[in-house]
Ligand binder design. Structure first.
Ligand code: ZN
Length: 148
């Protein structure tokens, strides 16, 4: 087998997001290779020869990827290279639910239910407000993309 140079045609935050694209390319006879680039991100690579065709195919496919690509432009310096921050809201919610489960287990069902409801309500309010991204270039943190 002749080794060909591979070029990156798309990056994914999670391996699972790449499955559809990999299939799309292989249906068209393009060999796609997935390469893990760190603990969770993967890159979709094709041979140089197939790169242009692969790009066209990918552009025509509706992308799950856009969902995470959207929030990545830094509102401060417009760099598109953020690092995901720990999900503080989810961690807080987990503590709320554990507390609620403990209350229910001890017989305080009404209090437990109230805590669970409150946890959902607070999480719902905080989720879009807490910074989920940190820019690698300037260090700014942000939750939502800059309005375009
Ligand atoms: Zn920045």
């Amino acid at each position: 087998m002749i080794l060909e140079r591979l070029v990156v045609v798309r990056r994914y935050l999670y391996r699972q997001l790449a499955a559809g694209d990999e299939e799309l390319l292989s249906r068209d006879g393009i060999a796609a290779y997935l390469k893990r680039i760190n603990s969770q991100e993967v890159e979709l690579r094709v041979t140089e020869r197939d790169a242009a065709r692969a790009q066209r195919l990918l552009e025509s496919s509706p992308q799950l990827v856009e969902e995470w690509r959207d929030p990545i432009e830094c509102p401060n310096c417009r760099s598109a290279d953020p690092a995901p921050r720990p999900p503080y809201v989810l961690m807080g919610a987990a503590i709320g639910f554990i507390f609620s489960a403990v209350l229910i287990a001890r017989g305080y069902s009404a209090d437990g239910a109230a805590v669970a409801l409150l946890t959902v309500a607070v999480g719902f309010v905080l989720w879009p407000r807490v910074a989920r991204w940190q820019c690698r270039a300037c260090g700014a943190t942000y939750a939502t993309p800059r309005a375009r």
